[in-house]
Each structure stands twice: as structure tokens, then as C-alpha cells.
Design a protein around this ligand. Sequence first.
Ligand SMILES: [Mg+2]
Length: 407
Amino acid sequence: MANLAPFLYIDVDAFFASVEQSINPALAGLPVMVGGLKHERGVVACPSYEARARGVRTGTPLYEAARLIPSGIFLRGDFNRYQDFSERFYGILYSCTPDLNKVSQDEACLDIGGVLRHFGDARRVAIQLQQRILRELSLSTSIGIAPSRVAAKIASEHRKPLGLTILTSETLPAFLAGLPIRKIPGIGPVTERILLEMGIKTAGQLASVPKHYLKTILGINGLKIAAYSRGEDGPLLRDYRVTRSVNRETGFADDITDRKLLLSHYFYLLERATRKLRSLHKRAGTVRIKFRYADFQAVEGVGRICPASNDENDIFPMVERMFNRLFTRRVGIRLAGVILAGLRDYRDNESFLNDRIEKNRRLLKGLDHVRATQGFFSLMTGRTWSLDSRYKRGDTGYELRTPGLSQ
Ligand SMILES: [Mg+2]
């Protein structure tokens, strides 16, 4: 069957802003921007379509957004609220098929091969999903259906909001031929510039470049985007969102000069980042810290973690040393972040070689489990106590400033 299109990629339109509009219907049709209040600093994490129409994008600074839309609705956002909607969204998807990949809180890729065998029509499956999510959650979604995961994702971005784009093996090549390269997953600004300098503007042109040539220029990513440009999932089939680093950062409502309080934030961010690593079964070989002074001067430090680790207690002394060495000015800090990179897989059995590592691994596994079932605050360390009076407790941790951006 040439038309077989087994993948359905679904993405909630302007997720955070749409949830706010769904909860408070008075906000429907208004330019809503989630990320912070008008006078606060930081960036818009998610603008509603009404705000996008007036020039606000994800990442637009709040003061700039306030200038563009003085009467706009600015909201800090609530991570737990989004998590609740995310769970209900996935509940609906799972009732369609258990065969799905979670991509993010509001994006998933469903293998609808089995569903189609029973119900036949891909368009009907998509419309039913869209209508149910609209009816039950008041959220609009955009859907792409295509013979591969990557093509389904690209198709889902083609028309928004409430879009539906269906590609078959017949229509896919023509669709890709004229597609600008930046629409291909895996092509960021740097790769885009390299390709544009080579005169490659569309997926169609990219597909005609020999694979080995792209590999020479762009490394393994070259092979990946060569496959994507043909609409194929390629050698890294399910892996088009390979995690290369885990980043946790937050801005502060007021500049902080207190060294101890800053280190508490670093410990908390590190704790979040290592937990993510453990869930990915990875360890980090390097840690970077960054911060920004009140006058915007940015500072970064990097250290090697040896042996590679995903234990915050192993890594924190290094973060502390780096921070103490780099924080030299008597100026407040407005933003802090931790990045764990140099990721490598580990096998659970590998740590049997080393008693201490094995003991720690079991301890951390237990900790993650307790927090996943009893809530984040069921176990706390002294290092983060000072954050307790500053932030509201949510189900999954403190509610830092920008939901989604500071996780
Ligand atoms: Mg989305």
C-alpha cells in the first residue's frame, strides 16, 4: 500500500498560553504571554497566537513584549497546572493507541499503523483526536501524518494553529523539495548558515548532496539531516531528539549577592539536572556553570567530572569551587544555570565493580523513586532549605520564575 502513513505527530498550539485561556475563558482572544509579569525581567516563555500576531515570540524579553503590546496579559505561569493538562492530553492520546513516543509535555508521536488497520482513515483519526482535545481540554492542536516520524513532525509544523497536514509517500517528495532547510529537525542556526553558504536552501537541494560529503562537513549530524531531508527517520530512527546536555537555569526576581543563597540555587538546579540524567540512564563527563551579573556581564566556567557521574553530591563540590573562583565582583546576580554535558550511557551492572558507586546508585534510585511517588518535598537536603522561604512549593519542586524555561 503506497499510501500507508503510520505516524501521527501531534503538538498543542501555544501550550502554556492556551492552558491559561482554557482555565480562564475571559482570556480567550486576548494576547496572553506566559513567562513573567510586565515589569519583571525575563522572557516570554509562551505567547498566545494573538500575541504572536503582534510580533511577540518565545524568548522575546518581557520589557520588549510590554512595549509591543502594552495592554497584553502577562502571567507568571504555573508548571503544575501545565503538568495536569499534559497528563489529560496524554490520557486522550493513550486511549487512541498505547504505541506512542512522548516528545515533551505537549508533543507526541503516535504509531497509528494498528489503528488504521481497524478504522482505515487517517484523516478521521486525526480529526477525532483534535475535536476531543478541543472539547475536553479546550486546547487546539496541530497534527502531521506521514510515512516517517520525522516527516510527521515537519508536517505538524506546516499549518498552525489547528492544522492538519497529511503526507503520503506520493506527496512527500514534492512537499520536501521546496521546504526551507531550517524546518528540518537537527538544523539549527549554525548548520543552516553552513548549508546556506554552500548554496543549499531547501530540503530538496540537501537531499541531492551525497551523504558522505555531508558527513565530512557536519559529522554524524550530517548523516542524520541527509536522511531527514529525504523524509526518512534515518540511522538514528527513534532518536531524533538525542540529548547532548542537560541544562537547568533560572532568573531571579531580585539580584542576589548572598553567596550561600546562590550556592543553594546551584545545588537545587544540579539536583534537578542529575535526576534528569538518571532518568536517561546517563552520566555526565563535564559540568558547566554560568551566571549573569545585574549589569548583564556573563560568566561561565567548565570542569571535568572524573569519573563521569550523575550524583549531585559528587558534582556539587566542583560547582562550589568553580563558583567561588568566578564570583569575584561585588555585584548582584540575576541569572544562574548549570549544564551537564559529555553524556555517556551506563549500564546498571557496570557499577558492581565499585562498591561505593554501587551503594550510591541504589541510594539515588531509591531517592528518585520516593520523590516520584511521594512528591519532591518528601525528601529534602539542608542545602536547599534557604529556598523554601523564597519559592512556592509545587508537586514536582519549587516554582521558579519561568515555567518551562527554568525547570
Ligand atoms: Mg506545542
